[in-house]
Design a protein around this ligand. Structure first.
Ligand code: ZN
Length: 191
C-alpha cells in the first residue's frame, strides 16, 4: 500500500468542497485503496486524522485514529474510525479552545474554538450507517477533519491570530497550560 503525498496550505485541493460518494463508488477498488492509503499515510505522519482532500482526492472521506500519538501525546486513544459522507451536528453550544495543528499546515499551531459535543452521522468504509456522539477533546479532532471536506483549515477558525506559533514555541511557551486544560477536558468527558 503506497503512502500518498500530503497537500500543504496553498494547494487549491485543500480549498475544494469535497464531493459525496455513492455506495457503489465506495465499493470500487480505487476508493477502497484510497481509504487504505489514507490510513497508512496518517499513521506514517503521526496524524490523529486525515481527510481525502489532504491526499489530493476531493471526496468526502476522513479517518480518525489516536494510538499513543507522539504529535499529540495528551490526546486520548481513539480506535480507527473511517467516515464517508460525514455530517456533524452540534449537541451543545459550549466550546473549548483547542490548540490545533495539521499535517497540511507544517510547523504551525493555533487556538481554535470547538464544540465540546457533536453528533456524527456517516457511513463506515463498508457503507453501513454510523451515528454516534463524540465529546471533549476528541470532538475537536472530528470537527477538524470534517472541516477539511468543506475546504476549511484550522487557521480559518483561529479566533486570535496571536495564538499562532511554531511547534517549537508551542512546546516552549504554550504547551504546559494547554495540556493542563486538555487533561481537564479528558477527565470530564472521558475522550
Ligand atoms: Zn488537518
Amino acid at each position: 500500500m503506497p503512502l500518498r503525498k500530503i497537500a500543504t496550505i496553498g494547494h487549491p485541493v485543500l480549498r475544494e468542497t469535497a464531493r459525496e460518494l455513492s455506495r457503489d463508488e465506495l465499493a470500487t477498488a480505487p476508493v477502497r485503496q484510497l481509504i487504505a492509503d489514507m490510513i497508512e499515510t496518517m499513521r506514517d505522519a503521526n496524524g490523529a486524522g486525515i481527510a481525502a482532500n489532504q491526499v489530493h482526492e476531493p471526496v468526502r472521506i476522513c479517518v480518525v485514529e489516536v494510538d499513543r500519538n507522539p504529535r499529540y501525546p495528551y490526546k486520548p486513544d481513539w480506535s480507527l474510525t473511517v467516515l464517508v459522507n460525514p455530517r456533524v451536528e452540534a449537541r451543545t453550544n459550549e466550546t473549548f479552545m483547542n490548540y490545533e495543528g495539521c499535517l497540511s499546515v507544517p510547523n504551525l499551531r493555533g487556538q481554535v474554538p470547538r464544540l465540546t459535543a457533536v453528533r456524527i452521522r456517516a457511513w463506515d468504509r463498508e457503507g453501513n450507517d454510523v451515528d454516534f456522539e463524540v465529546k471533549g477533546l476528541t470532538a475537536g479532532t472530528f470537527q477538524h477533519e470534517i472541516d477539511h471536506l468543506d475546504g476549511t483549515l484550522f487557521v480559518d477558525r483561529v479566533a486570535d491570530t496571536r495564538t499562532l506559533c511554531t511547534w517549537a514555541d508551542y512546546d516552549r511557551f504554550h504547551r504546559d497550560a494547554f495540556v493542563a486544560r486538555a487533561k481537564a477536558l479528558v477527565a470530564r468527558f472521558g475522550s
